[in-house]
Design a protein around this ligand. Sequence first.
Ligand SMILES: C[S@@+](CC[C@H](N)C(=O)[O-])C[C@H]1O[C@@H](n2cnc3c(N)ncnc32)[C@H](O)[C@@H]1O
Length: 240
Amino acid sequence: MSAKPRTSMTPGWLLDESHHAGRENLDPKHASRYDAKEDADAHSEVALLKDAGLTGESLVVEFGSGTGQFSVEVASACARVIAVDVSDPMLSQLKAKVADLRLSNVEAVRAGFLTYEHTTVPADFIYSRYALHHLPDFWKALALSRLRRILRPGGVFRLWDVVYNFAPAQAMEHIEAWCATGADSPEVEWSRAELEEHVREEHSTFSWLLEPMFARCGFEIAKAEHSADGIFAKYLLNAV
Ligand SMILES: C[S@@+](CC[C@H](N)C(=O)[O-])C[C@H]1O[C@@H](n2cnc3c(N)ncnc32)[C@H](O)[C@@H]1O
């Protein structure tokens, strides 16, 4: 067994988040065609955060920002955005948009849920879409606890992810039905092989495991929405 070198900042036992970032997310080709394939519905998400109290004074931190669809959209509605991601190809896409749009209030940080160091005032909002599932459950709890410490009391965490909302005995039918929605053209849509890879290699968990973690880590669920197929969840969480 090989051990990772220890430093005071990164103990040898810490999960290597880049290793768990998802094969495709580290692939420049995938990053360059990501926006054609996935619409993060950023406009509606920003509207939802405005309803939850986002103002021109707010500090927003996004984890797993990817190509920056949300970070770029929210930039005009808040004071400052910190976009955190472990993938250089994804951050390159985000930085190119920030440069093109001449946004002066978006900062890209190469780090992860478990390593990002927040050195400024507490955040008002944390946003994360389709990223937390990259961490196994033990690490999700540590990540949630770190996120809670970044937020001010009363701050809001918007989490949207693949979260399984069914009993283990129903897993085969739900997962198979989801994988059957996979498309044939992976350039513009998610293919069956990609959905299968998500289930097999990544760490989406059950809602009935994740939701108690929120309370343990200092969050109260203000709103929970589960898709009818039991595959996706959107949460609005208040920092208590
Ligand atoms: C499927 S993409 C989602 C991008 C964007 N949030 C969206 O909704 O379109 C997942 C992103 O999470 C990033 N990611 C994976 N593991 C991460 C971690 N531990 N910490 C931060 N970002 C991570 C990946 O590099 C990738 O950019």
